[in-house]
Ligand binder design. Sequence first.
Ligand code: FMN
Length: 223
Amino acid sequence: MNFAEFAASRKSVRGFSNKPVSKELVERIINAAKWAPSSYNTQTWRIHAVTGDVLDKIRDGNTRNNIAGKPHVRDFPYKEDYQGIHRKRQIDVAIQLFEVMGIAKEDKKKRMEWMMRGFRQFDAPVSLVLTYDKTLEPAGITQFGLGSLAYGIVLAAWDLGLGCVINGQGIMQSDVVHKHAQIPDDEAIMICIALGYPDENFKANDVRSVRASNEEFVTYHGF
Ligand SMILES: Cc1cc2nc3c(=O)[nH]c(=O)nc-3n(C[C@H](O)[C@H](O)[C@H](O)COP(=O)(O)O)c2cc1C
């Protein structure tokens, strides 16, 4: 497979088998991903690899807070009320996922269950929590670097037969993650990546999201 085929073959995985993921395997993934570029090679990223009891406590805390209606708190300013074509794409992929999972639009209970599954990081055996030092704020360049690292992680995992879903849901109750993963307050939690072996029978793993054609977002100058 060439790189274009490999990149196109990757999909987000939201259902995981019970097969454990060893620390050695996580190291292999990180060893490959850390070759991601960063501004001036500053590598202003940190990874907290979380599993077992620690991850279960995070899942539990996220679940409790969300049931209690606690507002979402992240460590950096963000806005996610997408409009127009962005909103359409957001809805389209949700429709794809709900369709394969047999979740009807009006079925509030199942929709809630799906959301809670996300807050549990899809019950993945491992979560990689990506952070950066708050001294770097305003941290747009650093956040860009964490994005490149995240894609490196996802591709490296896919190459080894593992699946991932980068997700904001797992870190939306940021104080829960700080507490149980013992992440110091002077680190900002950016995102997490749920990681494990894909459950081949989990329907959502079959979803193939779409991409816009290049004409929609590429402008050539001087060609
Ligand atoms: C920054 C970021 C945050 C995301 N947050 C979530 C999330 O909270 N829950 C979820 O199910 N997927 C999440 N995703 C996965 C996207 O929905 C997914 O990448 C997108 O629909 C494209 O699908 P694909 O990864 O299968 O190509 C996130 C992805 C990124 C890059």
